[in-house]
Write a protein that binds this ligand. Structure first.
Ligand code: HEM
Length: 421
């Protein structure tokens, strides 16, 4: 093992840094430093003094695939720590290890296989067409509000069995959850009638309480009136004696609503911004010089909608020649792995024909690899495929307003207008 000279670590955690986009130069510096770099990190919720910043593609893959050494259940999957009772109350699929993880994932995995997802192709296409029609008729506007947010939420809510009329309310709740990952929250602790201590709620947000309440109501409805949807499947799994504690149901519901819309919205928004900036790349899709699937993979690589996930070492171990002690936090920065010059030629070039493209936006592999990856790909294929079909380009009319978050690469709004070619 090598002993490394301490370096002045470039900060990549201050949420406001991300108001100007991903601090790629800082990540490049971390990638170029041998071993893994210790990154100091203190906030009101964190006690450990820092984390190991894993920034190279190969090392992200190793951590992702070594779930026995790098746990999702010990500690938390975000940067900050949680007290033991909060960790238990907030625990969902994403914060579990085998065997709990395997049990929970089995309950929902069947609904997200490539085959199961193909059944949603027509629905996704119809929604994409409607949204593009409305966007064109209005002469453009805020792309996030008009296209990027409604498409994924409408699709995931249909799959879950949530009435589409409630989509706007659930988008609003998801937005508050994103806010919970930043410096400030605009909600009062008792918003939405919340009486739970915020530290016990996912994202520390009262909006989680509202999502829980919503999920519980739907659970009751589906008990009496089963449908072909995931909430019914979860209710039936409970009835069939599968172990699904109430907290697990609530956390699963809120994870699916959140993960199923916020991330894909971000990919759709960065995709649109990339096409506005590089119209030649959309032209390649129109001319079928690049396939829809390579286009979508490149949008995913380019956008890194989830910037990082954390694990905690379960034993004294080693990564890239650096000693890691049991209990240390290990943070995988997908945003950095997706620009790793060791793996991607010209990583800062947006190239819709890039192949192979081992992007890590859905994680670096292993048991927690994104459950909704095929759904997100379908949504990107259908939306941008439809734009190519219409030969519709985009021009940016208002600069993006970005989320001050080191966890999601969120864009709150960006003005776009359709360009007819
Ligand atoms: C572009 C869109 C998306 C991105 C970038 C994304 C990204 C991610 C990432 C990075 C992880 C963690 C991987 C790991 O820890 O190894 C994850 C997990 C997860 N994603 Fe996605 N996701 C997207 C879309 C979706 C959609 C549409 C759903 C809908 C159901 C979804 C549901 C989940 C769930 C449930 C997990 C937890 C899986 C587990 O712990 O076993 N995601 N996603």
């Amino acid at each position: 093992m090598t002993t490394l000279e301490p370096i002045a670590t470039p900060d990549v955690t201050t949420p406001s840094l991300y108001l100007d986009g991903i601090p790629h130069e800082r990540f490049a510096e971390l990638r170029a430093t041998p071993g893994v770099v210790w990154h100091p990190y203190e906030d009101s919720r964190s006690t450990s003094g820092g984390f190991w910043a894993v920034t190279r593609h190969e090392d992200v893959k190793t951590v992702s695939k070594s779930a026995d050494r790098f746990s999702s259940a010990v500690g938390h999957t975000n940067l900050w720590d949680l007290e033991a009772d909060a960790l238990e109350a907030r625990r969902g699929l994403i914060d579990t290890d085998h065997p709990d993880h395997t049990r929970l994932r089995r309950l929902v995995a069947g609904a997200f296989t490539p085959k199961a997802i193909r059944t949603w192709q027509e629905l996704t296409r119809t929604i994409a067409r409607e949204l593009l029609d409305e966007f064109k008729a209005a002469g453009g506007g805020d792309w996030v509000e008009m296209v990027a947010a409604p498409l994924p939420i409408r699709v995931i809510l249909t799959i879950l069995g949530v009435p589409v009329e409630d989509a706007d309310y659930l988008v609003e709740l998801s937005n508050y959850l994103v806010e919970g990952t930043g410096d400030e929250q605009s909600l009062a602790p008792d918003a939405f009638g919340n009486t739970t201590e915020l530290r016990l709620l996912p994202f520390g947000s009262p909006a989680s309480h509202a999502l829980f309440e919503y999920g519980m109501k739907l659970r009751e409805l589906r008990r009496d009136d089963p449908r072909e949807d995931i909430v019914t499947a979860l209710v039936q799994a409970e009835a069939a004696g599968e172990k699904l504690a109430l907290d697990e149901f609530k956390n699963m519901f809120q994870l699916l609503v959140f993960a199923g819309n916020e991330t894909t919205r971000t990919a759709i928004t960065h995709g649109a911004m990339a096409f506005a900036e590089h119209p030649d790349q959309l032209r390649r899709v129109v001319d079928q010089d690049a396939k829809l699937n390579t286009m979508s993979e490149e949008i995913l690589r380019w956008s890194s909608p989830v910037l990082h996930m954390r694990r905690t070492a379960t034993e004294d171990t080693e990564l890239a020649g650096t000693a890691i002690a049991k209990g240390d936090k290990v943070v995988m920065w997908y945003a950095s792995a997706n620009r790793d010059e060791r793996v991607f030629d010209n990583p800062f070039t947006f190239d819709v024909g890039r192949s192979p493209n081992p992007q890590f936006s859905f994680g670096g592999g292993g048991p927690h690899f994104c459950l909704g990856a095929w759904l997100a790909r379908l949504e990107l294929d259908e939306l941008f495929g439809e734009m190519a079909e219409r030969n519709m380009g985009l021009r940016m009319t208002e600069a993006p307003v970005r989320a001050p978050s080191n966890f999601v690469h969120g864009v709150l709004s960006v003005g776009m207008e359709p360009v007819h070619r």
